[in-house]
Every structure is written in C-alpha cells, then in structure tokens.
Design a protein around this ligand. Structure first.
Ligand code: OGA
Ligand code: NI
Length: 366
C-alpha cells in the first residue's frame, strides 16, 4: 500500500502543496500514523452553514412503498400524498418495504470494501480520466477539477443503459448488477407515484426523461477515519444531478442534508433506502420539488462507506419543465432546456449553477 505514496511523512506534513502521488486517502492513512490533518486536506466550512438541527418534531419522512404496489386505491393515494409532502417540504425521504433485500445491500457494501482493499496498483487500472468514463475510481485529489481536499475515495460505474463494472474482486460484477437492477425497480415505482403526486399521468416522468434508456450510476464513497475530522470534509455541499438518488451506508453516519437553512444529520437505518430529489426532477417539476443540498462529513472513530445510486434521464433527451406545470403567467418555465449530457458537461466546467435556473434562485447554490 505504502508504495502508492512517494513522499515521506515529513514532506507530507510540511508541504502546503498537493503531493502528486496520492492514489487514495485510504493508502495515505494506512501508510502513516497521522496525529494531525495534512494541510492540503484542510477545508474551510462556510460559517453560516454551520447550524445543525436535531429537532425530533421535524424529521425526515419515512414512506412505506409496498402499498404503492399492493395497497388499495385509498392506500396508494395516501402514499402519493406522502411523497408530495416529502418532495416539496424536504426534497428527501426514507423508503421502507422496498424489496431490495438487506442481504443484497450488505453483500454490495462488502464487495465495495473488497474493491477498496485491492492493492493500489490494481485499482489504478480503473482510474479513468474523463467524467463520462464508464468505470472510474479515484480520490478527492483531482488536480484538473478540485483541490486535494476531499477526505474520500470513490468508485463509480455506469450501471444502465449498459452495465459496466470492474472485473475484480471476484463476485463484484454479479452483485453490482443485481443491486443496480433492484434499486432501479424501486426508482421506477417511485417515479410513477411521483408523477401522479405532481398531478401528471403515471408514466409522465418515465416518458419525458426517456427513463428506459436512463443513466444509472452506481458509486461508492470510502471515508477513512480522519485525525481531525472537524477540519476536513468528505464531500462538500452539493446537489445530485439526476432525477432521484438512492443512498445506503455501512451504519456509520456522516451524511447531512440542508432543510430550512439548517443542516440535519441523516441516519440511514439498515434495510432503509434514503432517497434524494435531484436536479432533473426539479427541472421536470418546474421547481415544485427542489433538489436537496447535502454533504458528507468525516469522523475519527470508524471508516464510513456509502453507496449512491444516481438515476437520471437518458443522456440525449432534452429535459424541460412539464408543460402542465409551466403553463401560465404565475408559473412560467423556470429552467433552461438542456439534454442531460449538456447539463453534465456544463456542470463539469463549473458553468452550470449560473445557467440552470432561469429565475432568481441562485442563492440556493452550494
Ligand atoms: C454523493 C453523496 C453522500 C454520502 O455521492 O453524491 O452525496 O453520504 N454521497 O456519502
Ligand atoms: Ni450527492
């Protein structure tokens, strides 16, 4: 492992510049006994972002989606109503009774762990260089995109419309395929109900986003224990770009969402899927449902792993607000029309936030 790092510890601690050879935070942590944070991981939080709320009266909605499939019409209506409230009040919710078995989720987490445990040289093969590469692993250090300040390693695979995965560790591909498919089924059910919750026909989002060919990304984040967690960040505040993101983790918390200008800790219980509204659902709903700002903190107690499944439109479909929701003077279309691919390209070059909303909601940007 240590071979991944060419600089000795003294150089690392003394140097304010980014060491060129870090392939993962994991290798860095395992090679050295840090008592303080290497300076290039220091992250300055935005001061007015620091309010935290644990108000038990205001907690993330929990939705039993089994009733969408097997419930009476009345029960289905209730769930659709809950989704409407959750998406408009929070932009996120917990899903229970979703049909993705706990053992499959555990196997997926274990398999990602095995991937991150591979020797650095073996992982390097999957590094990828472009954001659209179907398999990409890496770390917060990417000189062309951001500074070396994210305490996080990742592996991202395109799981749909074509499935890609690394060919190791053994069994990874099979588990990843099954896990991605099952979660996609949950999203398919949710998108129908969410369409209805917006007063649209059940298949509206499916058709408008050409979801049959929709992009699904299966990503895992690995956050090693951090010597000074309050000075570092796993992932800074951001919005996800697809329609809906599903998140699970290994029982170690660290995810926070922004709700009513305060940060909330998100504890994802076993057998629960955490679902977030992402930018393209915001666009389709003409802002009725807003994507949620979220971030991942790190800690000094235990390694955290999360899996994020991003479900988006097909890359070449133009996404625009549903005409039914953007039909009069009080609700004009509030978003520019772009294909998902154009959106991602603009986002990568940092040009997006100022362009994506036509209205004056820029202050929402992270
Ligand atoms: C992401 C993300 C949060 C987490 O991967 O986009 O927001 O809890 N992850 O790891
Ligand atoms: Ni995210």
């Amino acid at each position: 492992m240590a071979s991944a790092i060419s600089l000795d510890t003294k150089t690392l601690k003394a140097s304010p510049v980014y060491p060129p050879k870090i392939t993962s935070v994991k290798a860095l942590v395992e090679s050295t006994d840090f008592s303080s944070l290497p300076s290039f991981y220091t992250f300055t939080h935005n001061l007015h972002d620091e309010l935290i709320s644990d108000d038990p009266e205001d907690s993330i909605p929990i939705i039993d989606i089994s009733r969408l499939v097997s419930g009476t019409p009345e029960e289905q209506f209730q769930v659709i109503h809950q989704l409407n409230k959750a998406c408009s009040d929070w932009g996120c919710f917990m899903v229970i009774n979703h049909g993705v078995s706990e053992s499959l989720t555990k196997a997926m987490i274990a398999s990602f762990q095995e991937f991150f445990d591979l020797p650095e040289e073996e992982k390097e093969e999957f590094q990828g260089s472009h954001v659209m590469d179907p398999i990409r692993c890496g770390t917060g250090f990417n000189p062309s995109i951001n500074k070396a300040n994210l305490w996080r390693d990742f592996l991202k695979c395109v799981a749909h419309p074509e499935f890609h995965s690394p060919n190791k560790p053994a069994g990874f591909s099979e588990i990843a395929l099954e896990f991605s498919k099952r979660n996609r089924e949950v999203v398919t059910v949710l998108l129908k109900a969410i369409s209805k919750s917006l007063g649209l026909e059940e298949s509206y989002i499916n058709k408008a986003a050409n979801f049959e060919l929709g992009l699904q990304l299966l990503a895992a984040n690995y956050y090693p224990t951090c010597p000074e967690p309050e000075k570092a960040i796993g992932i800074p505040s951001h919005y996800d770009h697809g329609l809906l993101t599903i998140l699970v983790n290994n029982g170690v918390s660290g995810l926070q969402v922004k709700h009513k200008e305060k940060w909330f800790n998100v504890n994802i219980h076993p057998n629960t899927l955490f679902v977030q509204v992402a930018d393209h659902l915001e666009i389709l709903s003409n802002g009725k449902y807003k994507s949620i700002a979220h971030r991942a903190l790190v800690n000094n107690r235990a390694t955290r792993m999360s899996i994020a499944l991003a479900h988006g439109p097909s890359l070449d479909t133009v996404i625009r607000p549903a005409p039914e929701l953007a039909d009069n003077e009080s609700h004009p279309p509030a978003y520019v029309e772009l294909t998902y691919r154009e959106f991602l390209e603009l986002q990568q070059t940092g040009k997006l936030r100022s362009k994506f909303r036509l209205n004056s909601e820029q202050s929402k940007a992270s």
